[in-house]
Design a protein around this ligand. Structure first.
Ligand code: SAM
Length: 284
């Protein structure tokens, strides 16, 4: 499993070059894309495509070659293969067949972004891409709202604004976050701030929603509701109303009853419902 650059060709390690040059075959997500990289480094190893649509069907033939003792390399278009990229099916099959699998580590956008985000790194949850449809995205964010580890997402540039709005609405506008854009490339940029500020920035600065992006968001403050009587009261009222009413209505009513902001009540309602779903207990 050979990691390749996420932009800057200088990040292809000497060991990666050696491995790619010395193996019998390179399985690549997009052979035309990878041919450019390999040509740049004078590597002439044959390529075969291995992507989301053919991984299952190609795996037996690749396994047979591995079992016969050949060394194969697997690369994706950029970064570490099998991380939001193809490769997992082949690795699982190879592991099950007792074939030795070696990582030739290198760039990974999620880890690079996390390392410069300025958020806690001791524990983090990598989520890859959120669902592209708004309802499903908000539901997933609601499930993630109580997560205390730093959250790391990939996102397509045309969805950045909507994604940040949804994060601010479900996780809270005040949560600290960072947008890492075009890492290792000419227009590399990191913007740090609260989710509400970053959502506004994404609307004002169209350049922010261009190129490749990683979004890191700090986790939920542990025991925040327990330490804060107003938050605890909001949760208490929400728990009662969620047992009787649809979520949006329960949130609106709870906000009015305890004098909280609509957004905050909605975010807590999603978090409570998700926590209840996870523990299989009803909301009341
Ligand atoms: N396997 C890759 C890795 O290890 O980072 C990730 C592949 S995933 C299909 C592609 C996503 O990674 C992009 O949409 C973007 O969210 C993120 N990404 C890749 N390169 C990036 C870069 N140079 N700067 C910021 N994000 C990047």
């Amino acid at each position: 499993m050979v990691a390749t650059p996420i932009g800057n060709l200088g990040d292809l390690s000497p060991r990666a070059r050696e491995t790619l040059a010395g193996c019998a075959l390179i399985a690549a997500e997009d052979t035309r894309h990878s041919a450019v990289l390999l040509r740049h480094f004078g590597i002439t190893t044959p390529l075969v495509s291995l992507h989301g649509h053919n991984e299952r069907e190609r795996t037996p033939a690749l396994l047979a070659r591995l079992a016969a003792g050949e060394h194969l390399a697997l690369i994706s278009d950029a970064g570490t293969p099998a991380i939001s990229d193809p490769g997992q099916t082949l690795v699982q099959a190879a592991a099950a067949a007792g074939i030795e699998i070696v990582a030739v580590p290198g760039p990974c956008a999620a880890i690079a972004a996390l390392s410069i985000a300025g958020l806690p790194t001791a524990a983090f949850a990598f989520e890859g891409f959120l669902p592209s449809r708004r309802g499903a995205r908000r539901r997933r964010l609601g499930e993630l709202a109580p997560e205390s580890r730093t959250l790391v997402f990939y996102e397509a540039p045309h969805r950045l604004r909507e994604m940040l709005e949804d994060c601010a609405a479900t996780l809270g506008r005040e949560r600290r976050a960072a947008i890492a854009r075009e890492l290792t490339k000419v227009h590399e940029q990191v913007r740090r701030g609260e989710l509400g500020e970053l959502a506004a920035l994404a609307t004002q600065e169209s350049s922010l929603a261009r190129g490749e992006l990683v979004i890191a968001i700090e986790g939920a403050a542990a025991g925040a509701a327990a330490d804060d009587p107003a938050a605890a009261e909001l949760d208490r009222v929400l728990r009662v109303l969620l047992g009787e009413l649809p979520l949006a209505q329960a949130a609106r009513l709870a906000a009015r009853l305890v004098g909280a902001r609509d957004n905050e009540a909605y975010r807590r309602a999603l978090a409570l419902r998700a926590a209840d779903a996870a523990s299989d207990h009803p909301a009341t």
